[in-house]
Design a protein around this ligand. Structure first.
Ligand code: OOG
Ligand code: NI
Length: 268
């Protein structure tokens, strides 16, 4: 029997919260204002190696009834992504991206291959889904730095592996703020640092989606050559607008997502 998807989401949330105290503080802040939070989506990252690619990560969600919604291309960041949605609107969307390894030179591919070769296919089954497996490889801080120079995304993967990269608050369901602007202002007043890339709010009502996110706070990671502080996870906020059909837009906007990825950029 596979882990029921709600249980899986709870487990993912528990790990995300432990790694990202910001999230807990933001939940507390909004709860104290009478809001209970709904998740718009949960995002995962991976490499396009067939052993661990988008399709592999999506397995536990597809088994639970999720279907592919749309796909997205990020030329400059060398990424490809798909989103998945469930017929039950109470379940969050799932956004999974993968780094296109063939677009990197041999030394970079070698570092990633050394990590992916450590993934034990034997321990993967319905009860041990890849999406929650954590960092199932040894990597060094020197690998991290080398990867960071060509792709912040690759470095993030080397440090953290498989976990929720971010959860996303569904802003439409909040009652204590009436816009994403108002939520952002509240967060800034409480000392949270927001991703400013391309403006705090990515998207607009015209593209039926507005998004903002915190900057990932740094966390200590045990690398094979010592403990180092690197960017961890972040929290995102999304407000959706109705399409001409009256239905809320359910997809993602590549131009906005491109900037949201930078919420885990290192700043030193
Ligand atoms: C994903 C960034 C894109 C969105 O909602 O557009 C995204 C990531 O940082 O892995 O989550
Ligand atoms: Ni997102």
């Amino acid at each position: 029997m596979a882990i029921p998807v709600l249980e899986l989401i709870d487990l993912l949330w528990g790990k995300f919260r432990a790694m990202n105290p910001q999230a807990e503080q933001i939940v507390d802040l909004l709860s104290a204002r009478g809001d209970s939070l709904q998740n718009d989506h949960i995002a995962f990252r991976t490499f396009n190696d067939p052993r661990i690619g988008v399709a592999e990560l999506a397995k536990s969600f597809v088994a639970a009834g999720y279907v592919v919604g749309d796909e997205y291309h990020f030329e400059a960041k060398k990424l490809y992504a798909q989103h998945f949605e469930h017929p039950d609107p109470a379940l969050p969307r799932i956004f999974i991206s993968e780094l296109l390894l063939e677009k990197f030179d041999a030394p970079v591919r070698k570092i990633v291959e050394r990590m992916v070769d450590q993934v034990d296919q034997q321990v993967r089954d319905d009860n041990h889904p890849l999406c929650i497996a954590g960092r199932i490889w040894q990597s060094s801080y020197s690998d991290w730095r080398q990867l960071r120079d060509v792709s912040e995304y690759a470095a993030w993967m080397a440090a953290h592996g498989f976990c929720a990269n971010h959860f996303t608050v569904f802003v439409n369901a909040l009652t204590s703020v009436s816009s994403l602007q108002e939520l952002n202002q509240l967060l800034v007043e409480h000392g949270f640092e927001l991703n400013q890339e391309g403006g705090v709010i990515k998207g607009s009502p015209e593209v039926f989606l507005e998004q903002s996110s915190t900057m990932a706070s740094t966390v200590s990671v045990q690398f094979s050559d010592g403990v180092h502080r690197v960017p961890g996870c972040y929290y995102e906020f999304a407000r959706r607008y109705p399409l001409p059909s009256g239905e809320l837009f359910s997809g993602f906007v590549a131009k906005s997502a491109d900037k949201i990825f930078q919420s885990t950029d290192s700043r030193s």
